[in-house]
Each structure stands twice: as C-alpha cells, then as structure tokens.
Design a protein around this ligand. Sequence first.
Ligand SMILES: C[S@@+](CC[C@H](N)C(=O)[O-])C[C@H]1O[C@@H](n2cnc3c(N)ncnc32)[C@H](O)[C@@H]1O
Length: 353
Amino acid sequence: MVYLTAVNYIGSKYSLLGFLDHVYGRISDGSEKVFCDLFAGTGAVGRHFKRRGLRVIANDIQYYAYALNKAYIEINRPPAFKELRSRYEIARSGKSIDAAIEFLNNLSGAKGFIALNYSPAGDRLYYTEQNAERADAIRQSIKCWLEDGIINEQEYFYILCSLLEAIDQVANTASVYGAYLKKFKASALRPLSLKPLELSDKVRQCKVFNRDANELIEEIECDILYLDPPYNHREYGANYHVLETIARYDDPSLNGVTGMRNYPRSRYCRRNAALEALEHLVRNAKAKHILLSYNDEGVMSFDDVRKVLALRGKPRIFKKPYSRFKADNGRQYKRDSTIEYVHHVRVKHAAAW
Ligand SMILES: C[S@@+](CC[C@H](N)C(=O)[O-])C[C@H]1O[C@@H](n2cnc3c(N)ncnc32)[C@H](O)[C@@H]1O
C-alpha cells in the first residue's frame, strides 16, 4: 500500500517499509495483534502496520510527532466537523471534510507567533509572510475552537496534522530547520494549502503517547515492540524546532539567528548514554518480539546492540544497503549509502530480572 508522507524526516522508514514488512513476514507466526512503534516520528511504520490489521501503540517525545501520530494512528475516518460547519454555515453538500478544509484554507491571515518569528517580519526566512500568517490564522482558530467546544479533540489533531505537513512543504530550508535559506526557494513561494489525510479504518482502539520511551516501556505490553531510536548526535528537537513550536503554539522564548527553542536532549543521541538507555528498554520490554532498526554509522556499535538484544533471547539480523538521508545543503559525505539493520529477538527470558 502506497500513501503520501509529507514531512521529510531524518531517519524516516517510509522507503524501508517493504524491508520491514519482509522482516515481519519472516518472524510472525500470525498470532500477533499489538504493534508498538515506540519512536514513531512521522508515523510511517505505525500507519503501515495499522493497515496490515495490527492494533498500534505509537509514541514520540516530540509534540509535532505526537500530533502526526494522533491523527494517523488514532483517527480512522475523516471527522464530520458538524459544529464548525453549522456555526459558520459551511457548504452542506459534498464531503464534509473537503468543505472544512476549504474553509480553513480561505481564512484571512493573522500576524501571530509564526509570522512574527519565522517570516521576514521577524527577520527570519523560514516561511513567506503570507504563508506564516495563514498558518497563524489556522493555528489560532483551531486553538480557540477546541477551547470553545466548536471542534473536538479528533478534529483538532486532524487539522494540526494537516497543517504540520502543509507547512513543512513550504519551508524555506535545506530540508531540516537547523537554518533557513537566505533567499526564498521556489517551493517556499507556493501558497500553504491544507490537504485531507489518508486514513486507515482497519483497526480500532489504537493509542498514541507523548512520553519518554524509557518511562512508557514500563507501562505497556505488546506482541511486536519496534524500536527506531535516533542513530546519531543529530537531535530531533533541534532539527525540527519550528514544527515543535507550531504544534505546541506555546510562545517559547527563541534563541539566536535561527530562533531555536530549548528542547529536551535525547539519550539516544549521545555515545556515552545510548547503550544504557537501550538496555533499560530491552530489559523492561513486555513483548513477544523486539525489532530494532539501526545502521552501521550509529553511536552504538553493531556488537553492543546485538549483546543487548541477546539479554532476552537469540538475536537474529536482517540487513539492507540504504541511500543516506541528505539535506539540500551541499554537505559532502564519505559514503553515499549505509547498511540498514533490523535486529530481532524472539523474547525467551522474562522482563527486568
Ligand atoms: C529515527 S526517528 C523515527 C523515525 C520513524 N520511524 C519514521 O519512520 O518517521 C527517531 C524518533 O525518536 C524520537 N525520540 C528521541 N528520543 C526519544 C525518547 N527518549 N523517547 C521517545 N522518543 C524519542 C525522536 O523525536 C524521533 O522522532
């Protein structure tokens, strides 16, 4: 099944879904029902296994990732926007979701936090002024509508997810938000436009969390625990700080030329902390299978990862050559491709002994 994934994300497994599916086919005995995507990012993996009929638990420490997953994993059908449509006398014919999206796309712009900090009005060129003001109008409207009961929580996350994907498409960056370009590139000049989401209605009662993986692991049970932690020192909080602020809309204080907000550091990005954090996860996993994606350039070595997995049973390896994630910034790499591993263990030994 092919679907669009809009956010261009470091470590996204979108183009490795076929490989992950192959691995799943090799380890599954057909009895698995619950799949946990503990470092869910864009939600590409959880969405895939939801479509395959597994009940998905998804989690990510970043709020923008939580918002994307809240929509794709927890929502099964486009919400009706009943109250919104009746309050604003939005078209009653045709699909209600299209009418709601058209209404949001036509809101007049507002000079809010996004325009005042991430557009030329705030001396930063992440977005054009028009796009930033349109994003502010949508963000402010859904915030007020949720508070006033005009939209419900599902409707709120549906639009927030669509906004995050749409604004990422018109970002004036070399793919991540560590810096903006000095001149607007062609894609950044296109008008921001919300799109309906491609949802799957296959499984109910999926659940999404916004927690540190090492805390949540102690509270959940599943058949397949899929781990896709950061591989290296590149912090998601730094590389996607603008999306985090748009998702939270919490008026943070911003630092320096790039307008970075403070963000939580991940232990998986630090050579001296990642292995211990992984060991805690693996020891505490209440799952039949553990799958871990990692490559040959991560902060943890292949042998160390394998030893940690071996704490719970006999580890097995699946591997695939993979083209590197590249930002559009002319950075040179020694190698164009890496080896992508999936470590697997069928859990034999009890948790946290
Ligand atoms: C390699 S990416 C996951 C990509 C995802 N599989 C996809 O296809 O989009 C790693 C994710 O782990 C998240 N993360 C980092 N540290 C975390 C932690 N301690 N707990 C939960 N999530 C964490 C990051 O925010 C990031 O989204």
